[in-house]
Design a protein around this ligand. Structure first.
Ligand code: NAD
Length: 476
């Protein structure tokens, strides 16, 4: 535990919010209305397990209902508490506004260590929690739509969707009550990878503008950049995999629960993930140096640091020692408000959580739309697009033959061009577009306003402006 007093997670979010609103001209009272969390429901429920009743505590917090439904993940972790859930719900409000996903902000959590229960027990617990929330409309397609977060994934979302459907047998939109479901239970292609994919798209957009790259004291592109990732779960694994496989980044460090791996020549992300699945930790992995005190590796030399596990990992204790010139907050709240001050003064560029991990809610939005429209994306257009492209290819081949076959289309080009976009391609395209546009909106503020020093403040300015506009439109 840190001997230095730091604000709580929720206080940290409020401090960052306050820093941004001080630069805005909001009508009196509206600032307070946006900042406060509307409601937090606490539930304690019992489940009979292993011959006795065990009591669990869960939360669902609704930060802002300026748009409905409200949206936000459900976390399963022993450390879940009201302060954390409220901080995460607030971040959801700002995140949805920033990426223009038409939702208010919410978040839920259950105090549980999921690794201590078998699958059947977890199903009983999850269904009971879902029942408690659904009967109060805290799970509902038009009121409150959860998604996965730490400790939960597709499996839990499928149980929640089924529980809601059992309680609402005539609701034709029942599947839209939760996102992040498996494909065969109303999910969407590309949701599992979405948050990590979003981190990749965010970094690509960052590296598209040399002014931004220069602010971080870096040069060139993602190719060859040394990356350290903390947390090889859903978000960290996908981000590290895509950055190394598709952009040429070198994953030099991986920090997990039991310690960290380091190899300056690069670490094979898939091999570590398989090791982690099999052994429950990274220790013993053969092709890297293992350090028991994983947090120390946050302070190693690298170009890009990707905290993708927990909140508060970069704090007053270690911020001054963090050497990475660029940090992308794949996790929610990994940098405390105090650490943020220290890093900002050092010139570290931070791509903030509310933007960096918004890929998840963006694709959740697409899934919700798919559920409400009851049709897979691309189903109507794909073959029509392919036949139109075939027309072009046929025509070009005729011209090529008329010119004596001197110019021909390559097979690679034809294969790519003739393939119509299916759901996965459309989801990735929508996600890429969203991540680019949201980044550009932050970048404009960052570069154009002399009083905005960092991307986090820029992100708050853009998103609070949108939330405020929506309150004004409602007449509040
Ligand atoms: P996850 O449960 O899939 O993975 C978390 C990983 O972190 C696990 O591999 C775990 O072993 C590791 N970890 C736990 N404690 C650690 C520690 N002390 N040091 C190092 N590693 C540790 O969770 P996730 O869904 O990948 O979420 C990670 C973060 O991303 C959270 O902050 C979450 O709120 C945020 N996030 C997730 C999503 C999503 O779609 N899943 C979307 C937006 C934001």
């Amino acid at each position: 535990m840190s001997p230095i007093k730091e604000p709580s997670f929720r206080e940290s979010v409020d401090l960052m919010f306050n820093r941004a609103v001080a630069l805005m001209d909001l009508p009196p009272g509206l600032e307070e209305k946006i900042r406060v969390c509307n409601a937090t429901y606490t539930v304690r429920f019992g489940v009979r397990l292993r011959g006795q009743i065990q009591t669990f505590t869960g939360y669902r917090s609704v930060h802002s209902e300026h748009m409905e439904p409200v949206k936000g993940g459900i976390r399963f972790a022993p450390s879940v508490n009201q302060d954390e859930v409220e901080a995460l719900a607030a971040l959801m409000t700002y995140k949805c506004a920033l990426v223009e996903a038409p939702f208010g902000g919410s978040k839920g959590g259950l105090c549980i260590d999921p690794r201590k229960y078998d699958e059947h027990e977890l199903e009983q617990i999850t269904r009971r929690f879902a029942y408690e929330l659904a009967k109060r409309d805290l799970i509902h397609p038009s009121q409150n739509v959860p998604a996965p977060d730490m400790g939960t994934g597709e499996r839990e979302m499928a149980w929640i969707a089924d529980q809601y459907a059992r309680m609402n047998t005539t609701d034709i939109n029942a599947r839209a009550c939760v996102t992040g479901k498996p494909l065969n239970a109303g999910g969407i292609s590309g949701r599992v990878e979405a948050t990590g994919r979003g981190v990749q798209y965010a970094l690509r957009e960052f590296f598209r503008d040399p002014r931004d790259v220069e602010k971080a004291g870096l040069t060139g592109s993602l190719d060859g950049k040394r990356v350290i990732v903390q947390g090889l779960g859903n978000v960290g694994y996908h981000a590290a995999k895509f950055l190394s496989e598709e952009d040429g980044a070198i994953i030099v460090g991986i920090i997990e629960r039991d310690g960290a791996l380091y190899n300056a020549n690069g670490i094979d992300v898939d091999a570590v993930q398989q090791w982690l699945m099999k052994h429950g930790g990274v220790s013993g992995f053969p092709d890297a140096t293992f350090t028991r005190d994983g947090a120390v590796v946050l302070e190693e030399e690298c170009d890009i640091l990707v905290p993708a596990a927990l909140e508060g990992v970069i704090n007053l204790q270690n911020a001054a020692n963090v050497k990475a010139p660029l940090i992308i907050e794949a996790a929610n709240g990994p940098i405390t408000a105090g650490a943020d001050d220290i890093l900002r003064k050092k010139g570290t560029v931070i791509i903030p959580d509310m933007y960096a991990n918004a890929g998840g809610v963006t694709v959740s939005y697409f899934e919700w739309v798919k559920n409400l429209s009851h049709i897979r994306f691309g189903r109507m257009q794909r073959r029509q697009e392919e036949s139109r492209h075939q027309l072009v290819v046929d025509e070009l081949e005729k011209i090529s033959a008329a010119l004596g076959g001197q110019y021909t289309l390559t097979d690679g080009f034809k294969q790519k061009y003739l393939k119509g976009a299916g759901e996965l391609e459309l989801v990735r395209s929508g996600l890429d577009d969203t991540m680019r546009i949201a980044y550009q909106s932050m970048r404009d503020v960052w570069h154009e306003r002399a009083d905005v020093e960092d991307l986090r403040t820029a992100a708050y300015l853009v998103s609070i402006d949108k939330v405020a506009a929506s309150y004004r439109a409602k007449g509040l």
